[in-house]
Design a protein. Structure first.
Length: 378
């Protein structure tokens, strides 16, 4: 290709990209999806969803009316992890547990004081709602912890040495407070970028076919590569703008620490937009219908990004077949990359393999789109 032909090619791409940009600006739905929907999703995931069980409602049944039993009940009431409903008969709280208004019941039995003073293990019964396994485990573990701390203090007040135990000093890296929002907000950013990259571009070529303007485009001397580049460029810029909006909201509204660099964030986002845009263009080129394209984009883009990316559910706990499928979902690598950048920093030993995999999937999608885009009207 001569220099003059190269300049003509670049000019055709710029002209078509300008046309697509004007179409985006004039389309309120594109602006809504690109700038309003991201904030709504971030607020929903950041404030509406939490995996932290900070305050769980439980019932404490005190069948022993003596001071030691009441002291233990007060320890449960003083815990910041429990919202305690006090009762003196377990039948008063069993219906609350069955109805789901309580997540557990701690029963201090009638012989609690006698067993305590005989230096025998004092049986405290813990009943939990197994319909929510994670919460049930949380209630059981923290109830044991409250009892262990109270028993240790009781023995020391009595002048007795508590039984020897292993003293642990846990240390959590990157998220010392174990705040689920610090994982959910970067993960929701990946979901937002998937919607913008896949859903918006899925409507591009399909809209051209529906409006009949694709015939005019195919009548021009523009090539398939020039057509695809002119379609990708405006939505790539739109996606990067949405990323900036999400990152600013994550740091200044949700308080998520950002320990990486802006450069690394831009590289990772660009690598992710490549498969996201390619997937959207492939869908639109195959379906040629906006409604079908939008439904297919949600089914193949949004749902896998939410359920199979590790955003909410751990990939390691999924069946082996599903774990293999997740290897072809770009959002899987983008979620881990964003969480690494926000919480750990520029850990390139983790970022580079993720970037490589996202680019590989993107090249695959764009190659398929190239062959799915016709050169002339059939």
């Amino acid at each position: 290709m001569t220099r003059q032909e190269s300049l003509r090619s670049v000019w055709r791409i710029i002209t078509m990209a300008r046309k697509e940009t004007l179409q985006i600006v004039r389309d309120p739905s594109s602006i809504l999806i690109a700038f309003v929907l991201p904030l709504l999703l971030l607020f929903m995931f950041g404030f509406g969803i939490s995996l932290d069980a900070n305050t769980v409602r439980i019932g404490v049944v005190v069948e022993d009316a003596r001071p030691d039993a009441r002291s233990l009940a007060q320890s449960f009431q003083a815990s910041r992890y429990f919202d305690v409903t006090l009762a003196f008969d377990r039948r008063a709280v069993e219906e609350e547990l069955v109805a789901g208004r309580l997540r557990g019941i701690v029963v201090i039995p009638s012989d609690f004081t006698e067993r305590l003073r005989r230096q025998n293990p004092s049986a405290v019964q813990i009943i939990t709602d197994g319909s929510q396994p994670n919460t049930a485990q949380f209630v059981a573990n923290y109830a044991r912890g409250v009892y262990a701390v109270w028993q240790d203090k009781y023995l020391r007040d009595e002048g007795r040495n508590p039984p020897p135990s292993i003293e642990s000093q846990p240390r959590f890296w990157f998220n010392a407070e174990l705040t689920s929002r610090y994982n959910l907000v970067p993960g929701s950013t990946a979901v937002v970028m998937t919607i913008i990259g896949t859903l918006l571009t899925a409507l591009v070529i399909a809209r051209e076919w529906e409006r009949g303007t694709m015939e005019a485009v195919l009548a021009t001397p523009i090539s398939r590569i020039e057509l695809l580049l002119s379609k990708i460029a405006p939505y790539f810029a739109l996606g990067m703008g949405s990323l900036i909006l999400c990152a600013v909201a994550a740091v200044f509204i949700f308080g998520v620490p950002f320990r990486g660099s802006v450069f690394a964030l831009g590289v990772v986002a660009a690598a992710f937009l490549l498969p996201a845009l390619g997937q959207g263009l492939l869908i639109s080129a195959v379906t040629k219908n906006q409604f079908v394209a939008s439904q297919l984009a949600l089914f193949t883009g949004f749902l896998p990004a939410t359920l199979l990316s590790g955003f909410v559910f751990e990939i390691s706990s999924m069946p082996e077949l599903i774990r293999v499928i997740t290897m072809f979902i770009p959002a899987r690598y983008f979620v881990t990359s964003l969480q690494t950048l926000f919480l750990a920093g520029d850990t390139w030993i983790l970022l580079l393999p993720a970037i490589r995999n996202m680019v590989a999937v993107g090249v695959l999608f764009l190659t398929l789109t190239y062959f799915a885009t016709p050169k002339r009207i059939d």
